[in-house]
Design a protein around this ligand. Structure first.
Ligand code: ISJ
Ligand code: GLN
Length: 940
């Protein structure tokens, strides 16, 4: 399948239309040879700017033409023509036209002409495309999604192993419910996916029950996975009951007899995500009864059992209907930990399914069009509007770009050798310690490489904020209500792209000779950030992206923005691997600043070898901080409320509503005002606190943000998502935490982290993130490079996995970008649990408060196309709006428990406050820093 897209560019003579092939499934290995062919269809334009911003043309069974701007599409070929519209994410309507070509069997080149018209302007575009397998010759599967977090992994398996086109609909899709019979006629089989809840609850299964009731003439092969399987069993006489011990994230061996769809499959090690099971009432029955239908369920033939589970006894793992083409399995074939045999089970099913259709004379009739796009296409188009390149540049992009003037050189930069320079020392020397600043700091951690400082330049730097509660976008003097958070992302992408220094022509004659030496090459490729957005996206913004009702917001006017990005023009990047510092500016004529910073770096670097400069924290500053903290009051959730919440979580896990929940709470540290303090000299200096924390608990994703409404002081070890300029994406979720302390050794930690509870929790997040990522880049382009590896940090051991993926080349029009991956993966899976949506709903109900920045993500998006975000944990947040008279409030978030809570989790967020910093010759006692401990609950 190919997608052909056309992009309209603004050129001096008018508009130019450029055609390009975009082959979504092939982009990695074959960057579309057809591109050349298609670019010959060039340069036809009507010269009017009112024409479309962009037109997409899809080539499927014939030609499909999609127009984002509401053109009328009139084909001039003799072929049949139909037009559909599908709503896009951003609310605008995407028009999709499908032109079926007269001679579908021909594999020769195909020529087509058509007009695009809009009001009185007419555009004629001619094209030629090479035919690939027509859609109607491909097999297709209707996938019914029950709001699970593993859906894209299953679809990837069906596309990859079965070679089928997969059309996905959700259980609550009213239109699909109405179209069901038409839909079923146009596909070769149906897969019903897993999901939260109970198959007996109508809202958990939507229209699924209709599938089990199909008349004989409408029958078609159906496969149910987990909830889908339970629904099959429930509809055929079995009871679906709670297990004694939930099996969420457990990998275990299933026993089978190699019959039916299990033929030829070897050892079947399968991941289970369930707490319900289909009960065939076989307790106490002889072994032979386990492999045949019984009186309770005469229609169900058991095919596999888990007989290894002592707690629960035999649990049914796979069945088939004795006469109808219905099959199902309780485990998750798509999980990273399910063996190949589990995946082959689906391949076997497909063979059985197709054989059943052939034997029963079932032929597909009708075609799926319009809103029922194959998954590989809809993935592209749902996200298409994020692409920039619109004819009309948005106001935000213009505003942000205007700071750079009309100058053609976008990035000025210099590189200085420097050893031992820390970002904190540098910021102090620059005189910015109390200014608005954003520091992403690897804190000297061996897993970090770069420190990135973004400087806010008064009058030049724009803060862009968005509130998920108010649905308001604000920057500069501008404030606008927008429909939803979806409208923000394209603006961000566009603003970044407008700066993209790709074609940076440096006119060396305009440079003073002493500057020339600083331009080592075209652009500093080693520097991960050249400028762009730095800031955070809150947890609630993430909830909005997945359509979860937000928790009540604070009513005292202290709500801080949910998206908060500063567009950074001036940045300093310290590379600890190469011992180089990049000083960079996107502002015109900014050489003076670059040179000033450069000479300061030289002096700091020269002094860094001398002992008096080893610490930037003065002893007095540290004493003052300790005194202040000693006067603080910490308010924590009580043990009783915590235990009650844990019990509620366990109930949800047992009833199958969630497979994993990341329950969190908040503690606040309140510091009474100091009579001597004033606005410029607050009782608690967050900068001093940050310096202490980066020494006490260094972590690769440290962060200090001093923004107008909020200060953030963080030592997060967890990368949420990074993407490189070349489109390589990486997630590093952490699940599994062991606190260091007396008696804790590497071996004991490893044993704990290898327990089935910790591994189960980690596995679920790995599968969830594979789903998030492959939803954008495709399952073929997603892989797991590390699975459950223990890493050691200053205060804890962690169980970490790494999930990676590759985006298509950014130059391809319509290609998804890093920002797509970001927005499709919020809120971070390690902070929610799975399935994400239902788990978040449960957590909102239980926690009854916005998490705010905590559990959100923090980082940068660079004008060069890269991005890097951490998960906001182990972080203190000071809401400046909340500050009451006479006190300073900081909030620390605690995470307490997930899943089955077999072992108590640790009070991580406080660990970092419990060690004295390493200050030169200070005579402080090691624990002087310790915050008061009296009301500490037993659960840390
Ligand atoms: C929720 C927190 O941590 C999350 C939960 C972890 C776990 O379950 O082990 C580990 C890292 C985070 O994703 C936190 O530190 O506040
Ligand atoms: N993964 C699933 O589909 C789970 C099904 C059901 N909610 C259970 O927990 O048993």
């Amino acid at each position: 399948m190919y997608a052909l897209s056309m992009q309209i560019e603004r050129v001096s003579t008018g508009l130019r239309y450029r055609f390009q092939y975009y082959a979504p499934l092939l982009y990695q290995t074959r960057p579309s040879q057809s591109l050349v062919e298609c670019s010959q269809i060039s340069d036809i334009f009507d010269g009017r700017e009112t024409a479309s911003r962009r037109v997409y043309i899809l080539y499927t069974d014939g030609l499909t033409l999609m127009d984002m701007e509401g053109f009328d599409i009139i084909p001039t070929t003799q072929d049949t023509f139909s037009k559909y519209s599908i709503p896009s994410h951003t609310g605008s309507t995407l028009y999709l036209a499908n032109i079926s070509v007269a001679s579908p069997g021909s594999s020769s080149r195909l020529r087509f002409d058509f007009h695009l018209t809009r009001s009185s302007h007419t555009t004629i575009i001619m094209g030629s495309v090479t035919r690939t397998t027509p859609l109607d010759e491909q097999l297709s599967i209707l996938y019914v999604d029950c709001f699970d977090s593993f859906t894209n992994n299953i679809i990837g398996l069906l596309e990859g192993r079965l070679g089928a086109n997969v059309i996905m609909v959700r259980i609550d899709d009213k239109q699909a419910d109405r179209d069901l019979h038409t839909l079923l006629r146009a596909v070769d089989g149906v897969v019903i996916g897993p999901g939260p809840g109970h198959p007996g609850n109508p809202q958990d299964v939507g229209f699924i029950n209709r599938l089990w009731a199909l008349s004989d003439s409408e029958l078609l092969p159906i496969f149910g996975i987990c909830l889908g399987f339970q629904s099959l069993c429930l509809n055929h006489g079995a009871d679906v009951k709670k297990l004694k011990s939930p099996r969420h994230g457990i990998v275990s061996r299933s026993t089978h007899q190699g019959t039916d769809i299990l033929k030829g499959l070897g050892d079947l090690d399968c991941t289970q995500y369930h707490s319900l099971h289909a009960d065939l009432e076989l307790t106490g029955a002889p072994a032979t009864h386990f492999w045949q239908p019984n009186d309770v369920c005469p229609d169900l033939l058991p095919l596999a059992w888990d007989l290894s589970d002592d707690d629960n006894g035999p649990v049914l793992m796979a069945v088939r209907h004795v006469t109808k083409p219905f099959w199902g399995c309780q485990f998750h074939p798509e999980s990273i930990c399910t063996s190949e045999a589990g995946k082959d089970l689906l391949v076997n099913w497909w063979k059985h399914a197709l054989r059943w259709s052939a034997n029963n004379g079932r032929v597909k009739t009708g075609e799926l069009t319009g809103r029922y796009l194959p998954n590989s296409f809809s993935r592209l188009f749902v996200d298409a509007p994020i692409q920039s390149g619109h004819l009309k540049t948005s106001h935000l992009a213009q505003e942000l770009r205007s700071a750079a003037g009309r100058d053609g050189i976008f990035l000025r930069w210099a590189k200085y050798p420097a050893q031992g320079v820390t970002p904190t020392v540098l910021l102090e020397k620059l005189g910015h310690r109390d200014d608005e600043v954003i520091l992403l700091d690897s804190q000297g951690h061996n897993m970090g490489r770069f420190d990135i400082i973004g400087l806010v330049v008064p009058g030049k730097t724009t803060n862009v904020t968005y509130s998920s509660y108010e649905r308001t976008l604000k920057y500069g003097n501008f404030s606008k209500n927008i429909d939803s958070i979806d409208d923000c992302w394209p603006l961000f992408q566009e603003a970044l792209d407008l700066y993209y220094p790709q074609n940076q022509e440096i006119d060396r004659s305009k440079l003073r000779s002493d500057m020339d030496r600083f331009i080592a090459g075209h652009l500093p490729a080693d520097s991960p950030f050249w400028g762009g957005f730095m800031g955070y996206v809150s947890y609630e913004a993430g909830l909005e992206t997945i359509d979860v009702k937000l928790p009540e917001k604070p009513t005292d006017g202290s709500a801080i923005p949910d998206i908060n990005f500063a567009f950074i023009h001036r940045s300093i990047v310290i590379d600890h691997h190469t011992n180089q510092i990049y000083v960079q500016s996107l502002l015109p004529n900014d050489w003076t600043w670059i040179l000033r910073v450069g000479s300061l770096i030289d002096s700091v670097s020269a002094a860094s070898g001398k002992s008096e400069c080893l610490s930037s924290t003065s002893i007095t500053e540290s004493r003052h901080l300790n005194d202040t903290l000693a006067r603080s009051t910490i308010t924590r959730p009580t043990g009783d409320s915590y235990r009650a919440q844990v019990r509620d979580c366990q109930d949800h896990l047992r009833s199958g509503d969630s497979y994993e929940l990341c329950l969190t709470d908040e503690s606040s540290i309140v510091i009474p005002s100091d009579p001597s303090s004033d606005k410029d000299n607050p009782p608690l200096n967050t900068w001093s606190l940050y310096k202490k924390m980066r020494l006490n608990n260094p972590a690769p994703h440290g962060a200090y943000l001093n923004l107008p409404d909020v200060s953030i002081v963080g030592t997060s070890p967890e990368r949420f998502l990074s993407w490189s300029r070349g489109g390589h994406c990486q997630f590093r979720p952490i699940k599994g935490t062991v606190k260091k302390g007396p008696g804790m050794t590497h071996d004991i930690a490893s044993e704990i982290l290898n327990s089935s509870k910790e591994r189960a929790e980690n596995l679920m997040i790995v599968d969830l993130i594979r789903h998030d990522l492959s939803g954008v880049v495709g399952a073929d382009n997603t892989w797991v490079s590390k699975l459950m590896v223990m890493e050691e940090y200053e205060k804890v051991y962690q169980l970490v996995s790494v999930i990676e993926g590759q985006l298509p080349p950014a130059e391809l029009p319509g290609a998804p970008r890093g920002l797509h991956v970001l927005k499709n993966s919020l809120p971070p899976g390690s902070m929610t649990g799975a399935p994400k949506k239902r788990s978040c709903e449960i957590l909102v109900d239980l926690e009854k408060r916005p998490r705010g920045i905590y559990a959100g993500v923090l980082g940068y998006m660079d004008v060069g196309g890269a991005g890097d975000f951490s998960v906001v944990i182990r972080t203190l947040v000071k809401n400046k709006l909340e500050q009451k008279e006479g006190e300073v409030a900081l909030s620390v978030n605690l995470f307490m428990a997930q899943n089955t809570i077999k072992s108590m989790q640790l009070g991580m967020s406080e660990a970092f406050l419990h060690r004295s910093e390493r200050v030169g010759d200070s005579d402080e006692k090691p624990d002087e820093m310790e915050v008061r401990d009296e009301d500490r609950n037993g659960y840390y």
